[in-house]
Design a protein. Structure first.
Length: 265
Protein backbone atom coordinates (compact mmCIF):
# COMPACT_ATOMS: atom_id res chain seq x y z
CA UNK A 1 0.00 0.00 0.00
CA UNK A 2 1.20 3.48 -0.87
CA UNK A 3 2.65 5.26 2.18
CA UNK A 4 0.79 8.38 1.04
CA UNK A 5 -2.60 6.70 1.50
CA UNK A 6 -4.85 8.26 4.14
CA UNK A 7 -4.18 7.09 7.68
CA UNK A 8 -7.65 5.62 8.08
CA UNK A 9 -7.13 3.40 5.03
CA UNK A 10 -3.79 2.14 6.34
CA UNK A 11 -5.49 1.26 9.62
CA UNK A 12 -8.78 -0.04 8.25
CA UNK A 13 -7.28 -2.31 5.56
CA UNK A 14 -5.39 -4.67 7.93
CA UNK A 15 -8.34 -4.71 10.34
CA UNK A 16 -10.66 -5.58 7.47
CA UNK A 17 -8.43 -8.48 6.45
CA UNK A 18 -8.34 -9.71 10.06
CA UNK A 19 -12.14 -9.61 10.33
CA UNK A 20 -12.51 -11.43 7.00
CA UNK A 21 -10.11 -14.17 8.11
CA UNK A 22 -11.97 -14.57 11.42
CA UNK A 23 -15.32 -14.88 9.63
CA UNK A 24 -13.92 -17.41 7.14
CA UNK A 25 -12.36 -19.34 10.03
CA UNK A 26 -15.69 -19.44 11.91
CA UNK A 27 -17.62 -20.54 8.83
CA UNK A 28 -15.05 -23.23 7.98
CA UNK A 29 -15.33 -24.75 11.46
CA UNK A 30 -19.12 -24.88 11.13
CA UNK A 31 -19.10 -26.09 7.53
CA UNK A 32 -16.64 -28.95 8.07
CA UNK A 33 -17.93 -29.64 11.61
CA UNK A 34 -14.41 -29.55 13.03
CA UNK A 35 -14.11 -30.54 16.69
CA UNK A 36 -12.69 -27.87 19.06
CA UNK A 37 -9.70 -30.07 19.82
CA UNK A 38 -8.72 -29.82 16.14
CA UNK A 39 -9.65 -26.21 15.40
CA UNK A 40 -11.69 -24.11 17.83
CA UNK A 41 -13.72 -21.12 16.71
CA UNK A 42 -12.18 -17.63 16.98
CA UNK A 43 -14.51 -16.77 19.86
CA UNK A 44 -13.24 -19.80 21.79
CA UNK A 45 -9.65 -18.71 21.18
CA UNK A 46 -10.39 -15.21 22.48
CA UNK A 47 -12.04 -16.72 25.54
CA UNK A 48 -8.98 -18.92 26.14
CA UNK A 49 -6.65 -15.93 25.79
CA UNK A 50 -8.66 -14.03 28.40
CA UNK A 51 -8.73 -17.01 30.76
CA UNK A 52 -4.98 -17.59 30.41
CA UNK A 53 -4.05 -13.90 30.21
CA UNK A 54 -1.87 -13.96 33.33
CA UNK A 55 0.19 -16.95 32.21
CA UNK A 56 0.42 -15.60 28.67
CA UNK A 57 1.64 -12.20 29.86
CA UNK A 58 4.18 -13.77 32.22
CA UNK A 59 5.39 -16.19 29.55
CA UNK A 60 5.59 -13.40 26.98
CA UNK A 61 7.75 -11.33 29.32
CA UNK A 62 10.19 -14.21 29.85
CA UNK A 63 10.38 -14.92 26.12
CA UNK A 64 10.72 -11.23 25.29
CA UNK A 65 13.69 -10.94 27.65
CA UNK A 66 15.38 -13.94 26.03
CA UNK A 67 14.70 -12.61 22.52
CA UNK A 68 15.96 -9.11 23.35
CA UNK A 69 19.13 -10.45 24.97
CA UNK A 70 19.69 -12.80 22.03
CA UNK A 71 19.12 -9.99 19.54
CA UNK A 72 21.42 -7.65 21.46
CA UNK A 73 24.14 -10.30 21.62
CA UNK A 74 23.81 -11.05 17.91
CA UNK A 75 23.96 -7.33 17.08
CA UNK A 76 27.13 -6.86 19.14
CA UNK A 77 28.93 -10.04 18.11
CA UNK A 78 27.73 -9.83 14.50
CA UNK A 79 28.91 -6.22 14.16
CA UNK A 80 32.34 -7.06 15.58
CA UNK A 81 32.68 -10.02 13.20
CA UNK A 82 31.58 -7.81 10.29
CA UNK A 83 34.20 -5.20 11.19
CA UNK A 84 36.83 -7.94 11.22
CA UNK A 85 35.64 -9.17 7.82
CA UNK A 86 35.75 -5.66 6.37
CA UNK A 87 39.37 -5.19 7.40
CA UNK A 88 40.76 -8.41 5.97
CA UNK A 89 39.70 -10.11 2.75
CA UNK A 90 41.69 -13.19 3.77
CA UNK A 91 39.83 -13.55 7.08
CA UNK A 92 36.52 -12.95 5.31
CA UNK A 93 37.27 -15.67 2.75
CA UNK A 94 38.42 -18.13 5.42
CA UNK A 95 35.62 -17.65 7.95
CA UNK A 96 32.53 -16.66 5.95
CA UNK A 97 31.66 -20.29 5.04
CA UNK A 98 31.34 -21.04 8.75
CA UNK A 99 29.04 -18.06 9.18
CA UNK A 100 26.86 -19.50 6.43
CA UNK A 101 26.91 -22.78 8.35
CA UNK A 102 25.14 -21.05 11.24
CA UNK A 103 22.40 -20.02 8.82
CA UNK A 104 21.96 -23.39 7.12
CA UNK A 105 22.14 -25.84 10.03
CA UNK A 106 18.67 -26.52 11.51
CA UNK A 107 18.55 -24.91 14.94
CA UNK A 108 16.38 -27.77 16.22
CA UNK A 109 19.28 -30.10 15.42
CA UNK A 110 21.83 -28.27 17.57
CA UNK A 111 19.53 -27.04 20.36
CA UNK A 112 19.77 -30.36 22.27
CA UNK A 113 23.56 -30.21 21.97
CA UNK A 114 23.59 -26.66 23.34
CA UNK A 115 21.53 -27.84 26.31
CA UNK A 116 24.12 -30.56 26.97
CA UNK A 117 26.92 -27.99 26.87
CA UNK A 118 25.24 -25.08 28.61
CA UNK A 119 22.57 -26.77 30.69
CA UNK A 120 18.80 -26.44 30.68
CA UNK A 121 18.95 -22.80 31.75
CA UNK A 122 17.73 -19.40 30.60
CA UNK A 123 21.17 -18.64 29.15
CA UNK A 124 20.75 -21.54 26.72
CA UNK A 125 17.53 -20.00 25.40
CA UNK A 126 19.40 -16.71 24.88
CA UNK A 127 22.22 -18.58 23.13
CA UNK A 128 19.82 -20.29 20.71
CA UNK A 129 18.17 -16.93 20.00
CA UNK A 130 21.56 -15.35 19.31
CA UNK A 131 22.73 -18.12 16.98
CA UNK A 132 19.59 -18.09 14.85
CA UNK A 133 19.53 -14.29 14.51
CA UNK A 134 23.22 -13.47 13.97
CA UNK A 135 23.62 -14.23 10.25
CA UNK A 136 21.58 -11.27 8.90
CA UNK A 137 23.59 -8.94 11.14
CA UNK A 138 26.94 -10.22 9.89
CA UNK A 139 25.82 -10.28 6.25
CA UNK A 140 24.22 -6.82 6.19
CA UNK A 141 26.84 -5.02 8.27
CA UNK A 142 29.69 -6.54 6.26
CA UNK A 143 28.05 -5.32 3.05
CA UNK A 144 27.49 -1.90 4.60
CA UNK A 145 31.10 -1.58 5.72
CA UNK A 146 32.36 -2.50 2.26
CA UNK A 147 29.82 -0.45 0.28
CA UNK A 148 31.46 2.93 0.80
CA UNK A 149 31.21 5.74 -1.73
CA UNK A 150 34.57 5.95 -3.52
CA UNK A 151 34.45 9.75 -3.30
CA UNK A 152 34.27 9.54 0.49
CA UNK A 153 37.21 7.13 0.57
CA UNK A 154 39.26 9.36 -1.73
CA UNK A 155 38.55 12.34 0.51
CA UNK A 156 39.75 10.46 3.59
CA UNK A 157 42.90 9.35 1.76
CA UNK A 158 43.63 12.91 0.65
CA UNK A 159 43.34 14.03 4.26
CA UNK A 160 45.83 11.35 5.30
CA UNK A 161 43.34 9.43 7.46
CA UNK A 162 44.62 6.20 8.94
CA UNK A 163 42.85 2.89 8.48
CA UNK A 164 41.52 3.15 12.05
CA UNK A 165 40.20 6.68 11.47
CA UNK A 166 38.54 5.62 8.23
CA UNK A 167 36.85 2.75 10.04
CA UNK A 168 35.58 4.84 12.95
CA UNK A 169 34.60 7.99 11.09
CA UNK A 170 33.47 6.66 7.71
CA UNK A 171 32.82 2.93 7.49
CA UNK A 172 30.98 2.42 10.79
CA UNK A 173 28.67 5.45 10.44
CA UNK A 174 27.98 4.45 6.84
CA UNK A 175 27.07 0.91 7.91
CA UNK A 176 24.44 1.92 10.45
CA UNK A 177 21.67 1.73 7.86
CA UNK A 178 22.84 -1.79 7.04
CA UNK A 179 22.79 -2.69 10.74
CA UNK A 180 19.17 -1.56 11.00
CA UNK A 181 18.28 -3.64 7.94
CA UNK A 182 19.88 -6.64 9.60
CA UNK A 183 18.02 -5.98 12.85
CA UNK A 184 14.72 -5.81 10.97
CA UNK A 185 15.30 -9.35 9.76
CA UNK A 186 16.85 -10.66 12.96
CA UNK A 187 14.18 -9.42 15.38
CA UNK A 188 11.72 -12.03 14.16
CA UNK A 189 14.42 -14.70 14.11
CA UNK A 190 15.35 -13.83 17.70
CA UNK A 191 11.80 -14.58 18.83
CA UNK A 192 11.81 -17.84 16.87
CA UNK A 193 15.13 -18.80 18.48
CA UNK A 194 13.83 -18.01 21.96
CA UNK A 195 10.72 -20.13 21.36
CA UNK A 196 12.76 -23.04 19.98
CA UNK A 197 15.12 -22.86 22.95
CA UNK A 198 12.21 -22.82 25.38
CA UNK A 199 10.57 -25.77 23.64
CA UNK A 200 13.65 -27.85 24.45
CA UNK A 201 14.60 -26.30 27.78
CA UNK A 202 10.95 -26.35 28.86
CA UNK A 203 10.98 -30.14 28.85
CA UNK A 204 13.15 -29.96 31.97
CA UNK A 205 10.71 -27.64 33.73
CA UNK A 206 13.27 -24.85 34.10
CA UNK A 207 11.67 -22.36 31.70
CA UNK A 208 8.53 -20.28 32.16
CA UNK A 209 8.44 -18.76 28.69
CA UNK A 210 5.91 -19.16 25.92
CA UNK A 211 7.76 -22.17 24.52
CA UNK A 212 7.38 -24.22 27.69
CA UNK A 213 3.80 -22.99 28.02
CA UNK A 214 3.09 -24.24 24.50
CA UNK A 215 4.64 -27.58 25.42
CA UNK A 216 2.22 -27.95 28.33
CA UNK A 217 -0.79 -26.88 26.26
CA UNK A 218 0.08 -29.26 23.44
CA UNK A 219 0.53 -32.15 25.86
CA UNK A 220 -2.95 -31.51 27.30
CA UNK A 221 -4.54 -30.99 23.85
CA UNK A 222 -5.62 -27.45 24.74
CA UNK A 223 -5.79 -26.22 21.17
CA UNK A 224 -7.47 -22.87 21.84
CA UNK A 225 -4.87 -21.93 24.45
CA UNK A 226 -2.10 -23.13 22.12
CA UNK A 227 -3.34 -20.84 19.34
CA UNK A 228 -3.44 -17.99 21.85
CA UNK A 229 0.20 -18.64 22.75
CA UNK A 230 1.12 -18.66 19.06
CA UNK A 231 -0.58 -15.29 18.63
CA UNK A 232 1.40 -13.99 21.61
CA UNK A 233 4.63 -15.12 19.89
CA UNK A 234 3.59 -13.22 16.79
CA UNK A 235 2.91 -10.11 18.85
CA UNK A 236 6.41 -10.31 20.36
CA UNK A 237 7.96 -10.34 16.90
CA UNK A 238 5.90 -7.31 15.90
CA UNK A 239 6.90 -5.45 19.08
CA UNK A 240 10.59 -6.07 18.44
CA UNK A 241 10.21 -4.94 14.82
CA UNK A 242 8.51 -1.73 15.93
CA UNK A 243 11.33 -1.20 18.41
CA UNK A 244 13.86 -1.44 15.59
CA UNK A 245 11.83 1.04 13.55
CA UNK A 246 11.83 3.50 16.46
CA UNK A 247 15.60 3.05 16.76
CA UNK A 248 15.96 3.79 13.07
CA UNK A 249 13.89 6.98 13.22
CA UNK A 250 15.17 8.33 16.52
CA UNK A 251 18.83 7.44 16.85
CA UNK A 252 20.21 6.89 13.38
CA UNK A 253 19.26 10.18 11.74
CA UNK A 254 22.35 11.83 13.21
CA UNK A 255 24.59 8.82 12.84
CA UNK A 256 24.21 7.57 9.29
CA UNK A 257 25.91 8.61 6.09
CA UNK A 258 23.91 7.91 2.97
CA UNK A 259 26.12 5.61 0.89
CA UNK A 260 23.39 4.30 -1.38
CA UNK A 261 23.62 0.90 0.32
CA UNK A 262 20.47 -1.13 0.15
CA UNK A 263 20.09 -4.47 1.89
CA UNK A 264 19.46 -7.44 -0.32
CA UNK A 265 16.70 -8.28 2.08
Amino acid sequence: MNSKSPLWIRIAAPIGVLVAVAIAWHLAVDWFKLPPILLPKPARVLQAIWTERVRLVQGSWVTLQAAMLGLGASALIGSLVAILFSQSAWIRTALYPYVIFLQTVPIVAIAPLLIVWSGAEFRTVVLVSCIISIFPIISNVTSGLLSIDSNHLDLFRLQGASRWQTLLKLRIPSAMRALVQGLRISCGLAVIGAIVGELFVGNSGTSDGLGSLMNAMQANLRTAELIGAILACTLLGILLFLGVELLNRWALRRWTIDTGFESAA
